[in-house]
Design a protein around this ligand. Structure first.
Ligand code: GSH
Length: 264
């Protein structure tokens, strides 16, 4: 009944998987190999014209855009409820979700792509690489991926992305000084949609990004200890995968730190 086109390291697919786990739903995974650009195959583009994961198919109807999928699941399967009853708090939940979609998500991509996707793209011939990248449907995304593939962490997108991460962390620290979760004392989609972006920090060992933000550190600890997170996210990161990501992250930390310092 529920099928999810997904990739283990995609934060926007991770948030949907956490919602599915919170609600105890049965679902089938279809793995989309992003490094090989399976997301741009004509069959997949029929489901998701933007050529990205995740795509949820429920009762044979496709739903795209991770935040919309999360809200859809919360409406279609209301228990346990993951949005607050209070209208103002619900508006704040959507504010965080929008911030994540518009700002944090592209920033996460700019930090992940050079380390995770670029190596397999660089193994291809120049011609094949350009052919694949030219198929990306939206121009800004296409141009950005080309920069990230050709320049890696030296791409100009990276410095802005580190700044967006850092500003988000400071905003979160303030919010978490007021309440236990991002918008109140109950977990909501705001937390669930945010947590995977901290998996990226964790997997690369970049917790130094929030070394001065104890509330953020405690919040991520709490998110990642939930059974839903363990099932939906942590279980995809074997010791071997984590060790490889930590190595990549360690090599890149100097650049990240340089960008963090340039903000002060
Ligand atoms: N706004 C979309 C973003 C989806 C997105 O960017 N997905 C990434 C993985 S996290 C992807 O499929 N990238 C493949 C590509 O750009 O080639 C959503 O929230 O669903």
């Amino acid at each position: 009944m529920i099928k999810l086109y997904t990739h283990p390291m995609s934060p926007c697919a991770q948030k949907v998987r956490i919602v599915l786990a919170e609600k105890g739903l049965d679902w089938n995974a279809v793995h989309v190999d992003l490094a090989q650009k399976e997301n741009l195959q004509p069959e997949y583009l029929k489901l998701n014209p933007l050529g990205v994961v995740p795509t949820l198919v429920h009762d044979e109807k496709p739903i795209i855009e991770s935040s919309i999928i999360c809200e859809y699941l919360d409406d279609a399967f209301p228990e346990p409820r993951l949005n607050p009853e209070d209208d103002y708090q619900r508006s704040q939940m959507r504010f965080w979700m929008k911030h994540i979609d518009v700002k944090l998500h592209p920033s996460c991509g700019a930090l992940q792509w050079p380390l995770v996707m670029r190596p397999s793209m660089m193994e291809k011939s120049e011609e094949e690489r350009q052919r694949l990248l030219d198929q990306i449907p939206e121009k800004p995304r296409r141009e950005r991926q080309k920069r990230l593939v050709s320049m890696g962490l030296e791409a100009p997108d990276v410095v802005d992305s580190v700044a967006i991460y850092r500003k988000t962390i400071l905003q979160m620290e303030k919010a978490l000084q007021q309440h236990e979760w991002l918008i109140g004392d109950q977990i909501s989609l705001a937390d669930i949609c945010m947590a995977p972006y901290f998996q990226t920090i964790y997997q690369f060992g970049w917790q130094g990004m929030y070394a001065d933000c104890p509330k953020v550190a405690a919040w991520f600890e709490k998110c990642s200890q939930r059974q839903s997170y363990q099932e939906a996210v942590s279980s995809d990161f074997s010791e071997e995968v984590l060790a490889d990501l930590r190595n990549k992250g360690q090599e890149a930390w100097e650049v990240i730190q340089r960008h963090l310092k340039s903000m002060n």
